[in-house]
Design a binder for this molecule. Structure first.
Ligand code: GRF
Length: 203
């Protein structure tokens, strides 16, 4: 059983989708621990309800990344828990070198756009403002850059003429909740091979 650690800062709907898929036995994995940098995050509530270990670890002085000493704490807690795969689920901070090295090739993220389009924040608004006809969601491996690692799965969401940022984000999230557990399933079944930028899925 693959042991995963989830890092989340917000609502935690992706975390919930992962919890539900594991409970339905669709994903052969177990959540060892959930870490959050936000004490009020709804994701902590969800974890408690599901009987999963959760910890609030304050991020320190910086807004967009973890203070180096604190990043070490995150690494230690995850290692101590025996975490083999780190899933970022709306974690609002960029991970630095030490973290990436500690879990090299073992960190995944969900992004609310079809990467490499619209990396960064509020991608559904970026897509709407740009005027694209299609956007979507991407699960990818995490590397040094922001939202830049090899793509595992993507799902397409058409943009409707009457979409608002909220309606578009809601439909993107529906797709996220399908492809994120599916990507974790493929990793848990050891079916992914990274070849350069391409991720091959074995049948
Ligand atoms: C998602 O839209 C995800 O793509 C992005 O952050 C959001 C997290 O949402 N990385 P939730 O907390 O899982 O509901």
């Amino acid at each position: 059983m693959l042991k995963i650690g989830v890092l989340a800062s917000g609502k935690g709907t992706n975390l919930q989708a992962i919890i539900d898929a594991i409970e339905r036995k669709e994903v052969p994995a177990k959540i060892g621990i959930v870490l959050s940098d936000n004490p009020d995050a709804h994701c902590l509530e969800r974890t408690k309800r599901a009987g999963i270990k959760a910890l609030y670890l304050p991020a320190g002085r910086f807004k967009t990344y973890l203070e180096p000493e604190i990043e070490k704490k995150y690494i230690n807690v995850l290692k101590k828990e025996g975490v083999e795969l780190v899933c970022l689920a709306g974690f609002m901070r960029v991970l630095k070198k030490d973290f990436l090295n500690a879990f090299a090739g073992k960190i995944v993220n969900i992004h609310p756009a079809l990467l490499p389009s619209f990396p960064g924040l509020e991608s559904w608004k970026q897509a709407l403002n740009y005027g694209v006809r299609f956007t979507g969601a991407t699960v990818h491996f995490v590397e040094g850059g922001v939202d830049s690692g090899p793509v595992i799965l993507q799902a397409v969401v058409p943009v409707r003429p009457d979409d608002t940022p909220e309606t578009l984000h809601r439909r993107i999230q529906e797709k996220e909740h399908i492809i994120y557990p599916l990507a974790i399933k493929l990793i848990a079944e050891n079916r992914l091979r990274i070849e350069g930028r391409r991720v091959k899925i074995e049948e």
